[in-house]
Design a protein. Structure first.
Length: 344
């Protein structure tokens, strides 16, 4: 059973609690809140004892089986929470996860509600343990809130704390908190302390009360540049610079995707389909496939070759070398690359 985070509350109100819950995704705040919601519903249903297990690939996974089979000393129903910080449970972990999934299917989790929280990564979707869990457990997917969805997300959160906001205030709030929901939640809490229930939050109130807590990473830079959003790409780049990031830590990722796009463009010019080109380049990740496909369609082979030359110069400048006809400021050159790639 697949459940989106936004539908979880309604699901918990209408449905009988499943014995096994699998909470996964790439948005940490929503994963925490999903586990909280399931746990709250379980307590309301009489699950009064709780045990938390923090696992890893080298953890003793037999402890999970023991916890699921243990008799409670103080309560008839108990909650067992298993948490992993990585989507890689290891060989023993993979086997045990399949075992507990089968226990849930056959009624072996009687009087025990198991909540498994594991961050999502596209590489795990074809693994046996993941398929087993998602086929049996009530699976909650916690996807990132997109920039387009953020104003609505903030509006819903403000409503829960008895406040509202004008459209421009929501837009500014989204701009300042994009990419960092954990910090965004703290900013909402600050607004609840600063202004009483019933207040309509204005743009000026946001400027006065909310810090610029947006956080970006190399993946966000790739998304913006490769998909053609130059303004967003430059904003992300500025954030990385302000955070003291080393250009070499992420420039190789941009270079790699530009190189693959150049190869794909050449293959397409030779008559191969985009799908054939991506397979030949061993590009399987959906996000990377979309970026490389868009870039190859937007630029000619000659322009992509020019972009690769700029990538090579940026690498030299970042390593302290002098490059003829370049400014010598690696961040300026990176900004030129982002603009060139995004706009052509």
């Amino acid at each position: 059973m697949q459940i989106q985070f936004r539908d979880l509350s309604a699901h918990l109100q209408k449905k009988t609690l499943a014995p096994l819950w699998f909470i996964t995704g790439s948005e940490q705040l929503l994963m925490v809140e999903a586990a909280d919601a399931v746990r709250s519903a379980a307590r309301a249903a009489g699950y009064t004892e709780r045990e938390v297990l923090n696992a890893s690939a080298v953890w003793n996974w037999s402890l999970l089986i023991e916890s699921c089979q243990a008799m409670s000393l103080f309560a008839e129903k108990r909650i067992v929470e298993l948490r992993l910080a990585s989507p890689k449970p290891g060989k023993q972990g993979a086997e045990v996860l399949q075992t507990v999934a089968e226990m849930a299917r056959t009624g072996g989790l009687e009087n025990t509600l198991l909540i498994v929280s594991i961050p999502w990564d596209w590489t795990i979707e074809k693994l046996a343990w993941y398929k087993k869990l998602t086929s049996i457990a009530a699976t909650v997917r916690c996807e990132p809130v997109t920039a387009r969805e953020l104003p609505g997300w903030f509006q819903e959160r403000l409503k829960l704390q008895g406040q509202s906001a004008e459209p421009m205030a929501l837009k500014l709030l989204a701009e300042r908190c994009e990419g960092n929901l954990l910090a965004a939640k703290q900013e909402l809490l600050k607004l609840s302390y600063a202004y009483p229930a019933g207040t309509e939050i204005t743009e000026q109130m946001i400027r006065d009360a909310v810090s610029d807590v947006s956080r970006f990473d190399a993946e966000a830079l790739l998304q913006a540049a490769m998909l053609g959003d130059a303004a967003k790409g430059l904003k992300v780049l500025g954030k990385l610079r302000d955070e003291g990031q080393n250009v070499l830590a992420f420039s190789w990722m941009i270079t790699d995707e530009i190189r693959k796009a150049a190869q794909m463009r050449s293959m397409m010019d030779a008559g191969r389909t985009p799908q054939e080109a991506l397979r030949a380049l061993s590009v399987w990740a959906p996000a990377a496939s979309a970026r490389i496909r868009m870039l190859a369609r937007r630029h000619t082979a000659a322009k992509l070759a020019a972009a690769l030359m700029l990538c090579a110069d940026i690498d030299k400048i970042a390593k302290g070398l002098t490059v003829r006809n370049r400014s010598g400021d690696v961040w300026n050159e990176m900004a030129s690359l982002v603009t060139f790639v995004a706009r052509g």
